[in-house]
Design a binder for this molecule. Structure first.
Ligand SMILES: *[C@@H]1O[C@H](CO)[C@@H](O)[C@H](O)[C@H]1NC(C)=O
Ligand SMILES: *[C@@H]1O[C@H](CO)[C@@H](O)[C@H](O)[C@H]1NC(C)=O
Ligand SMILES: *[C@@H]1O[C@H](CO)[C@@H](O)[C@H](O)[C@H]1NC(C)=O
Ligand SMILES: *[C@@H]1O[C@H](CO)[C@@H](O)[C@H](O)[C@H]1NC(C)=O
Length: 425
């Protein structure tokens, strides 16, 4: 019995690895250096037109000036977990005129490689998933969007697809020249409108749009820890800056219970009945806390490989003071913040009007005053349990534990301690 069970697991793992190898072999080389000998392209990584990496490298030698220049592309990564406010941070980057933004492309890696093991803790699964994720990210930072096609189901025909995950969250993919449904003045296209009105996504045009922009930003919620990204961060062809976004795990739990109603059904039963179901999947909570602890500990220990490349942001700080925190983020990135970012913040946070209050992207709901609203939604039992499970990371990030239901519900007591995390350089 045990033996056959193991055999099934082994088979499953082998098939994942084989699928991945097949994908790697069948698709374009992801590691190309400067593709075409032109000033525009030389600072970038491989593009889809590139035939051979050797040619590419020769091209680069013609323009050594551009390959490692202060003015080269910044590869921005928002490293987060689901329901930690990452869509909000993503939008702060997406609104910038010089940034090409992608919303969670690793979704496609996960659904292709590990369809049913969505939060697998199995070490072998995790290695495959991470290896594939790093390769994909490396390609995407180089604007090689064709590489993503191998993970999209059904496979795009003629480099065209309707199935890119959350295409509508990316401004560049909803505007000219990628989508001609809106005029040049329609700068704030709603995600749903984009999906409804734009024709299928032409990946060639999308890749061109990516190359046109000075920087690339990618939101990632499927990489557990910053340590898993070391190979990317140290890659000399990239210029990675990681914004690690964290949030009070009690807030994450509450938000997930509201959002992922099926997956977190037993937690809702706990909340409704006051009794913890015996078969509750506690890893839905413990994994978040362990990953945060590991990741933040690495980041805050200031390893040499993260020097100048790591910034820790607490969602609660961003909610309290969005404009100031956003300026700090742009400061860290070394980019000037532009007017459209500022305007987006004005419309989407506290000063917002009725109209924008039921806004797109699902970000408004979560921003500003709502960062601590979980306190009114979780029962004291659940909070107590979460605090016990996550006490290390709560302490590390400056989130206060409550000792009674009264404290929990008393909103005039803030549970967020003042803490300043300065990026180290
Ligand atoms: C490359 O860097 C040098 C020195 O950092 C700078 O003077 C030059 O303007 C940069 N080149 C471009 C094309 O921006
Ligand atoms: C792809 O393009 C070719 C040539 O334009 C065309 O014949 C074919 O029907 C297209 N395939 C699909 C699935 O659209
Ligand atoms: C996608 O865009 C490219 C570049 O403009 C064009 O050559 C190609 O025909 C387009 N593909 C489709 C399927 O329309
Ligand atoms: C809430 O906390 C404040 C600050 O500690 C305290 O003054 C107040 O009495 C508390 N309110 C209730 C209802 O316990």
């Amino acid at each position: 019995m045990q033996c056959s069970w193991k055999a099934v697991i082994l088979l499953a793992l082998a098939s994942i690895a084989i699928q991945y190898t097949a994908i790697r072999t069948l698709t374009s080389k992801p590691f190309q250096l400067c593709p075409v000998p032109s000033p525009q392209n030389c600072g970038l990584l491989g593009g889809p037109e590139t035939e051979s990496p050797i040619e590419g490298r020769a091209g680069c030698d013609d323009y050594p000036y551009f390959s490692f220049n202060a003015s080269r592309k910044t590869h921005i990564m928002v490293l987060a977990t689901t329901r930690s406010g990452s869509s909000f941070v993503g939008q702060l980057l997406n609104q910038h005129a010089d940034i090409f933004y992608l919303f969670e492309p690793l979704y496609h890696v996960q659904t292709t490689l590990i369809p049913r093991l969505s939060h697998s803790r199995n070490a072998a699964d995790r290695r495959v998933m991470l290896g594939a994720s790093r390769d994909l990210l490396r390609s995407l930072y180089g604007c090689d969007l064709y590489f993503l096609e191998s993970y999209i189901k059904p496979a795009p025909a003629n480099h065209t697809t309707d199935k890119l995950f959350r295409r509508g969250a990316s401004r560049a993919l909803c505007s000219l020249p990628v989508c001609d449904a809106f005029g040049p003045t329609d700068t704030n296209v709603e995600e749903g409108d984009c999906v409804k009105k734009c024709a299928s996504l032409n990946m060639t045009l999308a890749a061109d749009a990516c190359r046109e922009k000075r920087h690339v930003a990618i939101k990632v919620v499927r990489v557990p820890e910053i340590g898993d990204l070391r190979a990317l961060v140290e890659d000399p062809r990239l210029n990675i800056k990681v914004i690690q976004l964290v949030r009070d795990p009690r807030g994450i739990l509450s938000s997930r219970i509201e959002t992922f109603r099926d997956t977190y059904r037993l937690w809702r039963i706990w909340r409704a009945t006051g009794r913890r179901p015996y078969n509750l999947d506690l890893s839905q909570l413990t994994v978040v806390c362990e990953d945060f602890l590991g990741s933040v500990s690495t980041g805050l220990s200031h390893p040499h490989w993260l020097k100048g490349k790591y910034m820790l942001v607490r969602y609660e700080d961003l909610s309290r003071n969005p404009l100031l925190k956003t300026m700090e983020i742009y400061d860290f990135l070394g980019l000037p913040m532009d007017k459209s970012v500022e305007e987006w913040i004005q419309t989407n946070t506290r000063g917002s009007t009725e109209l924008s209050a039921k806004h797109k992207y699902g970000t408004v709901r979560d921003s500003a005053a709502n960062a601590e609203s979980w306190r009114l939604k979780l029962s004291y039992d659940m909070v107590e349990y979460t605090q016990a499970t996550c006490h290390k990371v709560l302490h590390q990030l400056g989130y206060k534990a409550v000792k009674s239901a009264e404290e929990l519900k008393n909103m005039s007591l803030s549970l967020v301690q003042d803490k300043t995390y300065v990026p180290f350089s």
